[in-house]
Write a protein that binds this ligand. Structure first.
Ligand SMILES: C[S@@+](CC[C@H](N)C(=O)[O-])C[C@H]1O[C@@H](n2cnc3c(N)ncnc32)[C@H](O)[C@@H]1O
Length: 204
């Protein structure tokens, strides 16, 4: 089963919680997100819907037709949803915010790098890139077949991220790191409490 099929299957079988993630609440309140926002890999739309309710103009994207179809059918004012591969977005205009939660570890190092270059080019001056991603200190690290450095396949692909490498890559691209932290307690889900990295980087 390909990764895309895994996520199609995942979302067609369960709709998942629509409660916003703690990361969405954190960045909205503590980093004062305003204006337009594109979400890379919006899943069931829980965070995109939260940003719409908080008056951002949201473009939610995901590779899954199932979930994007459901979200489009809601006809939410202030939001639009399209099926897209976030590693190959092309020119879509400029955004005030780019939001990626639990998605950068779904793609290879090369694809993640392409996405970060795209993000820098696609942000307005002063715009913010918000990332929450699994770290190499996650207890799931090493489970499954290793297919690339720090990347393993169980029933789907996960590439665990090194905070110092990600912040350095962002700085090299020209981002200013407004906030970066790695911790447990950020993304508790059922009995899982993974070590995750949070970064808010601005384009100055
Ligand atoms: C763990 S879920 C996270 C969903 C959502 N961001 C959240 O926090 O609830 C990962 C999502 O990323 C999407 N995804 C993974 N790789 C993608 C790609 N290359 N392009 C678009 N979406 C992708 C999957 O389809 C899935 O919906």
């Amino acid at each position: 089963m390909s990764d895309k099929e895994f996520w199609e299957d995942f979302y067609s079988n369960k709709k998942g919680t629509l409660t916003p993630s703690p990361f969405a609440e954190y960045v909205l309140k503590e980093h004062q997100l305003k204006g337009s926002l594109i979400e890379l890999g919006c899943g069931n739309g829980r965070d995109s819907i939260y940003f719409i309710k908080n008056e951002l103009e949201v473009f939610g994207t995901d590779q899954c037709e199932t979930t994007i179809g459901r979200l489009s059918d809601l006809n939410l004012q202030g939001g639009k949803f399209e099926v897209k591969d976030f590693t190959d977005l092309g020119a879509l205009g400029k955004f005030d915010n780019i939001y990626s939660r639990f998605t950068l570890h779904s793609v290879s190092e090369k694809q993640a790098s392409q996405t970060l270059v795209w993000a820098f080019d696609s942000l307005t001056t002063g715009g913010k890139l918000c990332i929450e991603v699994r770290s190499i200190h996650d207890e799931l690290y090493g489970e499954g077949e290793e297919v690339e450095r720090d990347a393993f396949v169980t029933d789907h692909y996960r590439r665990f991220v090194r905070i110092e490498e990600l912040t350095k890559e962002l700085e090299t691209l020209g981002f200013n790191i407004e906030y970066s932290e790695e911790s447990k307690g950020f993304a508790i889900y059922k009995d899982e409490d993974p070590a995750v990295i949070r970064i808010v980087a601005t384009k100055s």
